[in-house]
Write a protein that binds this ligand. Structure first.
Ligand code: AMP
Ligand code: ZN
Length: 486
């Protein structure tokens, strides 16, 4: 399969550039992943869905990928929480790591080739620190090891931060600190108390600083520099600047990253969604409100990754209407021509012979190749929706059956990106976009409420289902069944 040329807005150059990976059959991509101390909020999830969009777009473009996302399973918050609960760091992070993967599954995010954990890469981090010490860029104070920003001339090159006024030798050893604060950052942190998780290593007893893990894992997995590095825009400085400094400081002859891509924030009422501000929704919060995961995925990926996205439940509702329109069109073709058993299994091998469909296919791919322009790609989906509906509306359609089959194949191909359209008979999974799993969960919750004699809660669950057109009936045997209101 030949590859389509892609163009990306590279943070490093500040320009849109032709993407030139070292090997199209092994494109190397690393993304900063979650810190596993809580449920991810949907802002975090937006950045993980962006990674999925990048992956699926490049696969559609004919590239083969070798992709990683790290799991930060050691940091100040994790240590504090595990000490508070009197459990080990591993016990504390395990359920949150599982919750992260469950969220990705719920949103139909494709599995990557690697999910390295910080705690499994300590040796690689220690050896990176040793290389930096050998190169004269790292120094030790009271058991902590710091990176000396002044000794690394290229500091600031990636984020374009101005370091000219910086004070020399000012140190910072926390895992989180303010943007625009240029200080020597900690590579290795000395153990402060007996209860703190600690590794006994050649550079001391302690644990790594947060920035170190990504540089070390990239080295461990890929052996050298990579084609693409992604993360949310808030990671550009200091996290990515520090990653760049660490790796380039250790291996000055190599290019660390070819293309840096940064995803914009999800906002609530104009402010960044974040745990510290308390203005966040988790995926569970939104599923609880009865939204289908497909709608959530659709909503979070539809905006351009470099645009801020202001989140509201009303806007999510608009995405449901838009997705229903696409889905109904797909069902309309399937119903009209009974194509149910003729759906291509994958987008590979689909060929389009009809010029009108060929053009839409190319427009769709070109939109993706143009810095992952999802709004433009979505416009081609709606153009296909329009063409199909118009052609089916004509009483004596001039279009042959083959035309609609190609339209359906193009929907299948588009779904290799969107991952939300359905091609099976609808009753198998959801009722009017409400997932059966959710309905069953509500029935279970109502049962528990009744057992606890919380009848107000039981009634409110029944009412909520009724408002969505789902009626409950309790049988004599104590079971509850449901049906759609007529
Ligand atoms: P964390 O788990 O806090 O390390 O963050 C994981 C990812 O979520 C990082 O790439 C962050 O840049 C990203 N992120 C954090 N808040 C938001 C937000 N409101 N919108 C989009 N991405 C975010
Ligand atoms: Zn990172």
């Amino acid at each position: 399969m030949t590859t389509i040329p892609f163009f990306f807005q590279n943070t490093k150059s500040g320009k849109k550039e032709r993407f030139q990976p070292k090997d199209v059959n092994q494109v190397t991509i690393y993304s900063c992943g979650p810190t596993v101390y809580n449920f991810a909020h949907i802002g975090n999830i937006r950045s993980f869905l962006f990674v999925d969009v990048l992956r699926r777009s490049l696969l559609l473009g004919g590239y083969k990928l070798n992709q990683s996302m790290n799991i930060t399973d050691i940091d100040d918050k994790i240590i504090a929480e595990s000490i508070k609960r009197n459990i080990s760091v591993e016990e504390f992070t395990k359920p949150w790591t599982e919750a992260f993967f469950k969220d990705l599954d719920t949103l139909n995010v494709q599995k990557l080739e690697h999910y390295p954990k910080a705690t499994e890469s300590i040796d690689d981090m220690v050896s990176l620190v040793e290389t930096l010490q050998t190169n004269g860029l790292a120094y030790e104070r009271e058991g902590n090891v710091y990176f000396s920003i002044q000794k690394f001339e290229r500091y600031g090159e990636l984020s374009k931060i101005d370091v000219s006024g910086m004070k020399s030798g000012v140190r910072y050893d926390a895992d989180e600190y303010d943007k625009d604060d240029v200080r020597d950052f900690v590579l290795w942190k000395n153990q402060k108390s007996e209860s703190e998780k600690c590794w006994h290593t050649k550079i001391g007893n302690g644990r790594p600083g947060w920035h170190l893990e990504c540089s070390a894992m990239i080295r461990k997995i890929y052996g050298s520099g990579i084609d693409i590095h992604t993360g949310g825009i808030d990671l550009l400085f200091p996290h990515h600047e520090n990653e760049f400094a660490q790796t380039t400081g250790a291996y000055p002859k190599e290019e660390f990253v070819g293309t840096w891509l940064h995803c914009e924030h999800l906002l609530v009422d104009g402010e960044k969604m974040s745990k510290s501000k308390g203005n966040f929704y988790t995926l569970r919060d939104i599923l609880e409100k009865g939204f289908d995961p497909r709608v959530i995925r659709f909503h979070l990926i539809s905006a351009h990754y470099r645009s801020k996205l202001n989140f509201s439940l009303a806007k999510l509702g608009e995405s449901k209407v838009a997705l229903d329109r696409i889905q109904n069109t797909i069902y309309r073709i399937l119903d009209t021509y009974s194509f149910w058993d003729e759906i291509p299994a994958t987008f590979e091998g689909i060929n389009f012979l009809i010029p009108e469909i060929q053009k839409l296919n190319m427009d769709f791919l070109n939109a993706l190749a143009d810095d992952l322009n999802l709004p433009k790609a979505l416009a081609t989906v709606f153009e296909l929706v329009r063409i199909v509906n118009q052609s089916l509306d004509q009483t004596s359609s001039e279009k042959p059956k083959e035309f609609f089959k190609e339209c359906l194949s193009l929907f299948v191909k588009m779904n290799a990106l969107f991952g939300i359209f359905q091609f099976q008979k609808p009753e198998s999974d959801s009722v009017d976009g409400i997932s059966q799993d959710w309905i069953l969960e509500q029935i279970e919750k109502r049962k528990v409420a009744k057992q606890n004699k919380d009848f107000a809660m039981a009634d409110s669950i029944r009412k909520e289902l009724e408002n969505k057109g789902i009626l409950l009936a309790d049988t004599k045997e104590g079971k509850t069944t449901w049906k759609k209101a007529q």
